[in-house]
Design a protein around this ligand. Sequence first.
Ligand code: NAD
Ligand code: MG
Length: 406
Amino acid sequence: MGSSIDMAVSPSAASAHRPPRRIVLLGATGSIGRSTVDLLERNPRSFCVVAVAGGRDHAALARVARLVKAEFVAIRDENGYADLKAALSGTNIEVAAGREAVIEAARREADLVVSAIVGAAGVEPTHAALLAGRDVALANKECLVCAGVPFMRAAARAGARLLPMDSEHNAIFQALGGADPATIERMIITASGGPFRTWTREAITGATVEQALAHPKWSMGPKITVDSAGLMNKGLELIEAHHLFGVPAEKLDVVVHPQSIVHGLVSFADGSVTAGLAEPDMRTPIAHCLAYPERLASPSPRLDLAQIGTLTFERPDFERFPALRLALDALASGGGLPTVLNAANEIAVEGFLSRRIGFDGIARHVAGAMEAALKDGAAREPVTIEDALAIDHIVRERSRAVLAAA
Ligand code: NAD
Ligand code: MG
């Protein structure tokens, strides 16, 4: 009969015979959501969309729900229900609104839940998906910054797989290749350096919203773009890497790499270094997660190293980018400080985007919130998700009051 080669099943042949993978997409109208939808649309036979969820934009959510033929759509903003329902009249798409509705979307029977809500708002629904035993492709890094220990514990207990969708962590996940974490010497994530990489401290202090939103390499939602401009995003990502890969803070490092081609590196006890490289396009890590462990064709640009010519690397500057230091401090101290950092940062970024505080006010506010929490015990270690959300709530309220009084 056939040789072993005849009998081998190639990844594409395997995917052609399996039923479509059932996907839930949380944060369907955002930057990650849209890139995910782009890949789903290109591969209609490989996926079916069980549910989509979004925050407030009912028109965009209705469009996505129709496009991907979702079975269920949840909008967080209850005021958006009537418009969403009207926009989907004449379809069989089930519509619901509110906090519980988003959680219900996360819990729907599915093979993979894409977690791409922005901020700590993603914690409850993503946790609900884990508790239901769903595998989760995690774009939302704030889940792990706000509630890292209980979140990872919930995944382990449920036997749910967490696939890193953040580009650096996805690169590292691929570079690790199943290596024993004990053999890892260092884990390095790269930072593009953002729009202010070469700016003086004074210039960064006076940066406008438009300047902070003009990221040189990545097109992303407004919150993560502002986080990237101050390198807070890299700090959040170190905390994310610590929890995702179980690597202690002292083995984690950041290197600034303006070309954004090398995304993450792992060095081992024998001196070997493995790295993940790709053109900066989120559809590459998203495609990796959607198809894992198979491979999905992505239209993202292909890497041509000879054409790029030069890749450069430099150390981050903690003087000009104090947010990175704050995140490293929170990671080193542990307990509830990362939760505090995350909540204070979300409110400060909102304050910056609505032009109530300056760019330098973000890190200053976060530092003040961390100090206050250390003094009054608000930074106690969160044991459960509820503990973390309680700290998050207190710090948000307090941050709003502080910024309103400023
Ligand atoms: P975005 O602002 O473009 O989109 C956010 C999405 O979340 C929208 O669909 C919005 O409607 C939804 N949303 C907001 N609040 C909600 C709530 N309370 N309930 C339900 N839905 C809500 O953000 P983004 O850039 O797509 O980022 C999403 C997440 O992915 C963030 O955590 C970010 O750090 C992470 N991430 C993004 C990128 C990127 O390239 N954009 C890369 C790596 C990681
Ligand atoms: Mg990233």
